[in-house]
Design a protein around this ligand. Structure first.
Ligand SMILES: C[S@@+](CC[C@H](N)C(=O)[O-])C[C@H]1O[C@@H](n2cnc3c(N)ncnc32)[C@H](O)[C@@H]1O
Length: 234
């Protein structure tokens, strides 16, 4: 089975896992791949909706993996028992929904050896929540698939870890310094430049707050790009 680059990056980071839980699995591609490649011994594919769960069940059966991958229907981590999953994946959802799922199932999240998150938006809010709740950011990466950028975050609960920067200035500080990351930052810079030009062109006083916000964001991405460039040179 061929995985998309986004899911493949997640899959390739998983090694020697006993039980992986893929929350909001939808099609169950990731758990099937992880079992077939021997990266995990067992998997739980969950979804809040019956429809995707039924399709997953059929696909898992087709691959003859029904003894190794369980499908469960329910909200977030509520369908996972304590200490059951050593790796938890939550991919393809908004960052705020991911944060809410982790918050509601905090004991299960804390017990996992590793949590892999792929927020579709609001990654900064998610990273801030993780840090505020003593989850260590082990790594982050921006990857490109079909001309779209995707952010992936690796984390785990570590009560006594020294606090990383509690004020999350910009999510990109947590991401691996790659050409794709620089491309992503450039895209953000260009987007904010365009918005700023548009706001200035309309010349409406009531957009002042939005203008200031956008300038702050623009400068934030510029600073982060410079920081990554300096780090790459060292
Ligand atoms: C866009 S799909 C992502 C599928 C897969 N994880 C991926 O990254 O390709 C999001 C899936 O999450 C499910 N979902 C949404 N909210 C959920 C929740 N609170 N708990 C479990 N699943 C949820 C949806 O039903 C949908 O199938």
């Amino acid at each position: 089975m061929n995985l998309s680059p986004r899911l493949k990056t997640i899959a390739q980071s998983i090694k020697n896992c006993n039980i992986v839980a893929d929350i909001g699995s939808d099609h169950a591609y990731l758990p099937i791949y992880l079992i077939k490649t021997g990266k995990a011994n067992k998997a739980i594919a969950t979804d809040i909706n019956e429809g995707p769960a039924e399709i997953s069940k059929k696909r898992i059966k087709k691959y003859g993996l029904d003894g190794l991958i369980q499908v469960r229907v329910g909200n977030g981590l509520s369908v996972i028992n304590e200490d059951e999953a050593d790796i938890i994946v939550i991919a393809g959802m908004g960052g705020i929904l991911i944060k809410d799922i982790l918050e509601a199932g905090i004991t299960i999240a804390k017990n996992a050896n590793q949590i892999i998150l792929q927020p579709m938006r609001d990654s900064r809010i998610l990273i801030k929540w993780l840090i505020d709740n003593s989850f260590e950011i082990i790594g982050g990466e921006v990857i490109k698939e079909d001309n779209k950028f995707y952010e992936i975050i690796w984390t785990r609960f570590k009560e006594e870890h020294t606090c990383q920067n509690n004020v999350v200035k910009n999510e990109v500080y947590y991401y691996k310094n790659t050409d794709t990351l620089h491309e992503y930052i450039d895209k953000k810079i260009n987007e904010y430049k365009k918005i700023i030009d548009q706001i200035k062109a309309t010349n409406e006083g009531n957009n002042q707050m939005r203008l200031e916000e956008c300038i702050k964001e623009l400068n934030g991405y510029r600073e982060a790009k410079q920081w990554h460039s300096l780090n790459a040179e060292q």
